[in-house]
Design a protein around this ligand. Structure first.
Ligand SMILES: [Zn+2]
Ligand SMILES: [Zn+2]
Length: 140
């Protein structure tokens, strides 16, 4: 079972269902939030995400109207984001426990998005598709 948590260990979670494909988001909001070149994220259905401990440590920042970014108040690790009216959350993959990942439960990297706002000093990744903003919506 996939597990994860924050840097200080107060917030621990587990997934009882699958993780969606991995997307690396370069939007300015993600860069500033994580203070890094990009944020690696994947979708998890609400019912498949279970906080095991530290829920009292979770705080949020509303980075755009209706979008809450949840983090540990003690260590600052961002855990997930949630947009109002959706049935899934966007997990911050840096919080995953490597030891819980196997060949069977680890999703594949799909793309880099919002590269129109990419850090000037980031030299890019030639192996994955890149999109100026969100991935184009496709059927299915
Ligand atoms: Zn913490
Ligand atoms: Zn972003």
């Amino acid at each position: 079972m996939i597990t994860g948590g924050c840097l200080c260990g107060a917030v621990q979670y587990r997934l009882t269902g699958p993780l969606g494909d991995i997307v690396h988001c370069h939007c300015e909001t993600c860069r500033k939030t994580h203070s890094s070149a990009f944020s690696s994220v994947a979708a998890v259905a609400d019912e498949d995400f279970q906080i095991l401990s530290g829920v009292e440590n979770l705080r949020y920042f509303e980075s755009s109207p209706g979008k809450l970014r949840w983090f540990c108040q003690a260590c600052g690790s961002h855990i997930y984001a949630k947009r109002a009216g959706t049935a899934h959350l966007i997990l911050r993959l840096g919080s995953l426990d490597n030891a819980s990942l196997t060949a069977d439960n680890t999703p594949c990297e799909r793309s880099h998005i919002w590269v129109s706002q990419q850090a000037n000093w980031y030299r890019g990744d030639a192996e994955l598709p890149v999109y100026d903003e969100f991935e184009p919506v496709t059927d299915g």
